[in-house]
Design a protein around this ligand. Structure first.
Ligand code: GLN
Length: 538
């Protein structure tokens, strides 16, 4: 069977949840027994989002094979369990780098290089590469229809639609149906305009997913179907939900998967078994307890910066039958106010990944408070590095303990990672290296020390977790730190790189150099987060 392509575009406004819609459709098709891969096409000019500020673009999601990708790949992986790869996220920047490199090599044999066909061909190659082993490739196009940057992408998918026909392609368009309170009505006009815009690029959608605050009534559905030239069954209502994990269930109820399968001439009468999702959602909505985690960071004004983290905590809450409330606390506040007042109603503290010196003193103060007052503490990447500095300063009494990320210091507890092993090859970096794509990225194994807390939590000796960092804990201080009670409980297989630290005399104080949140899924919550929330509930 050759792969079928489902293209997902968006219109009217951004932030409608195209990623969740694509991911939910993926989950449904998987439940029907199909092999699915989801790809994201981002029209912006950055080569990847790795160098973008999380303020602007939200989290950078890292894949096992070390690509820095759009956060939608996180949704895909959480909903489908299929690990994303480098080749699943493309940007205009990457496409152009590729086309220009080919031109420089002389691959185009003297041709004038143009958007059509050269750029569009490169986009088509990306969409269709390695598709063989899949029944469906879902390709989400970032941005909204009509954006200048998006035009070559629309042209490329139009061409694929033309080449492969209805039997091989389907266009799904996500729109917004606003509720106008004064009129007491849902308005379909913006949807009609959005489809018209898409038609002007030669694309007739086969399915419309209509986001709205309220249920889409039958008459609105009929009207949209008629004016947009779509079967009534192809107009899918997508009302606001209490939890995003109910999306696959609502889409099933609305017949989204049925309509997709029907389009491709596949059996579609028998509903997919979604029992696991039903159980998940009912557990999430019927929690018995509540727990509050204080997240001390710098990007607290934009929750999307910590998307996977928030999801991983939610998954752990569902597993513990508790509602996890997140309290985002600006690290800078800890420089003036006491931990006692800021963490008053907080059951556990987490310092997530981060870059740069600003806010670090506040993070260190917050960690100190959690350590001394035996409040569960989880340090992720930067949060681990800051925990080590805090311990060195206040327990070992090394006042000048710091990270070389912030400049020279007396005690380099955290230093630049200049050399490490990846898949049998050595990687080298120095201060002059580029910033984009040069960190220690992707999946690496770690060996867990027998008798440690993490060994019991993972119930495994060797683990694999995803990394994204440029600095590391300086193993030269291991002896001193361990003698004072901070155990190095996880190390790289060659024993050189500290991967996990944990405090002996503390109910739950663990710092990890990797990003466990990237691998947590609603149906398979991450053991570290589950254990952390359990400790917070105690
Ligand atoms: N800034 C730190 C480093 O580069 C931590 C990075 C992170 O938290 N992802 O090592």
């Amino acid at each position: 069977m050759t792969a079928r392509y489902i293209f997902v575009t968006g219109g009217v406004v951004s932030s409608l949840g195209k990623g969740i819609a694509a991911a939910s459709l993926g989950a449904l098709l998987l439940a029907h027994g199909y092999r699915v891969r989801i790809r994201k096409l981002d029209p912006y000019l950055n080569v990847d989002p790795g160098t973008m500020s999380p303020y602007q673009h939200g989290e950078v999601y890292v894949t096992d094979d070390g690509a820095e990708t759009d956060l939608d790949l996180g949704h895909y992986e959480r909903f489908t369990g299929v690990a994303g790869r480098r080749g699943d996220n493309i940007t205009t920047g990457k496409i152009y780098s590729e086309v220009i490199a080919r031109e420089r090599r002389g691959d185009y044999l003297g041709a004038t290089i143009q958007v059509i066909p050269h750029v569009t061909d490169a986009i088509k190659e990306f969409i269709t590469h390695d598709a063989g082993a899949h029944d469906f490739i879902i390709a989400e196009i970032g941005g909204t229809v009509g954006d200048i940057e998006g035009l070559p992408f629309l042209e490329a998918i139009r061409q694929l639609g033309h080449e492969l026909g209805n039997a091989g392609t389907l266009f799904v368009h996500l729109t917004y149906v606003p509720y106008i309170a004064a009129a007491g009505e849902l308005k379909t006009k913006p949807t009609q305009h959005s489809v018209k815009e898409l038609l002007s690029h030669g694309i007739q959608p086969g399915i419309l997913v209509c986001r709205s605050e309220k249920d889409l009534p039958a008459d609105a559905r009929a009207k949209i179907a008629l004016f947009c030239n779509i079967r009534r069954e192809g107009v899918i209502g997508a009302r606001d939900l209490q939890t995003i994990y109910a999306a696959p269930l609502v889409f099933q109820e609305q017949g989204f998967d049925r309509e997709v399968l029907r389009h491709f001439g596949l059996p579609h009468e028998k509903p997919a078994d979604m029992t696991r999702w039903q159980n998940l959602v009912s557990r999430q909505l019927s929690h018995k307890r509540t727990v509050t985690v204080g997240i001390v960071g710098k990007y607290t004004s934009m929750v999307d910066s910590y998307k996977s983290l928030a999801e991983a905590l939610t998954h752990a809450g569902i597993e513990n039958e508790a509602d996890v409330k997140l309290k985002w606390i600006d690290a800078a506040l800890f420089e003036k106010e006491s931990g006692a007042s800021l963490l008053q109603n907080v059951d556990a503290v987490l310092v997530p990944g981060g870059f740069g010196e600003r806010g670090t003193q506040g993070k260190i103060n917050a960690i100190r408070y959690a350590r001394e007052n035996k409040i569960p503490y989880f340090g992720i990447c930067f949060g681990m590095q800051m925990a080590v500095i805090e311990f060195a300063r206040h327990v070992l009494g090394l006042e000048g303990a710091s990270s070389t990320e912030f400049g020279p210091c007396a005690h380099q507890l955290i230093g630049l990672l200049t050399e490490w092993e990846r898949a049998g090859k050595r990687e080298y970096r120095n201060r002059q290296s580029d910033l984009g794509g040069t960190m220690r990225l992707g999946a690496y194994q770690a060996q867990l020390v027998a008798g440690s807390k993490v060994r019991a939590i993972y119930d495994a000796e060797v683990i694999s977790e995803r990394h994204r960092h440029r600095y590391e804990v300086n193993a030269a201080y291991r002896g001193q730190l361990e003698a004072a009670g901070l155990l190095f409980s996880g190390l790289s297989p060659d024993g050189k790189l500290p991967e996990i630290v944990e405090l002996k005399d503390h109910p739950w104080f663990i710092g990890v150099q990797f990003h466990p949140e990237l691998k947590s899924k609603p149906l398979v919550p991450h053991p570290l987060f589950v254990s952390f929330i359990k400790a917070a509930l105690r």
